[in-house]
Write a protein that binds this ligand. Structure first.
Ligand code: BTN
Length: 255
């Protein structure tokens, strides 16, 4: 990774200005947690070339081969009222960055998977540490498949993609990373000031109008994904006509 190139393109005030670059980490989330506990500034980015224990949502693993993709965690310190905005800002920033750096059209699968052509190109893992009513820190982990040879990972080849797979050639990790940090700061600012980030995220959702099954631990809800509310929760219209609000969960599209 050519960090000088990233720095040259970086237009942020604080996001990514303090950047910790590692050739290998078990998970950038763990390194970022230790950094956050040491009071590192908001916007600190932890970036690894490779993860040996990359983590996905719901206890899944995140395949993290060396030198191919982006594995990063941002340390944020939002007021409690802005915590949920992070799961809107992160996928939006990744989608906008990929579009700007590669020209690919990106959609979002609620709440925060980034899709190209219906396949997942990036995922987010947001972990928070709370004290009382307040947020001590939030760790915004983002994995973006840039030059990943997805076909070499048969277990995800049908559901995942990468810039390389979509373009038929390698993409620039530096360009995607700089664009991502820039978009993240801009959209996080937007989210604090009004509803522009929310509207941009909503208009990218692939899920709305589709029949879905949402799984929240043991609970399962099925119906038509009608809309999202201002907090980003998914509103599902059940077959009996009632409306249910899903704050967090895993959604699969039904036929
Ligand atoms: C998902 O879609 O399940 C979330 C994937 C999140 C992966 C990123 S890569 C950087 C950070 N470190 C991790 O161990 N996970 C996140």
């Amino acid at each position: 990774m050519n960090l000088a190139l990233v720095e040259k393109r970086l237009a942020t005030r604080y996001v990514g200005r303090n950047l910790l670059y590692l050739t290998q980490a078990a998970s950038t989330q763990n390194v970022a947690r230790a950094e956050a506990e040491r009071d590192s500034p908001e916007g600190t980015a932890v970036l690894a070339e490779e993860q040996t224990g990359g983590r996905g949502r719901l206890g899944r693993l995140w395949i993290s081969p060396a030198g191919k993709n982006l594995y990063l965690t941002l340390i944020m310190r939002p007021p409690a009222t802005n915590l949920r905005a992070l799961s809107i800002v992160a996928p939006l920033a990744v989608a906008e960055a990929l579009e700007a750096a590669t020209g690919l059209t990106c959609r979002v699968k609620w709440p925060n998977d980034v899709l190209v052509g219906g396949r997942k190109i990036a995922g987010m893992l947001i972990e928070t540490d709370l004290v009382g009513e307040g947020v001590k820190y939030a760790l915004v982990g983002m994995g973006v498949n840039v030059n990943f040879d997805v076909e070499a990972a048969p277990e995800i080849a049908n559901i995942a993609t990468s810039v390389r797979r979509e373009l038929g050639r390698d993409g620039s990790r530096e360009e995607v990373l700089a664009a991502l940090l820039n978009a993240f700061e801009a959209r996080y600012t937007d989210a604090q000031e009004g509803d522009a980030a929310f509207r941009a995220w909503r208009s990218r959702l692939d899920t709305l109008g589709r029949r879905v099954r949402a799984t929240m631990g043991e609970r399962v809800e099925e119906g038509v994904a009608e809309d999202v509310d201002a907090q980003g929760s998914l509103l599902i219209r059940r077959d009996d006509g009632s409306l249910v609000t899903v704050e967090a969960g895993d959604v699969t599209l039904r036929a």
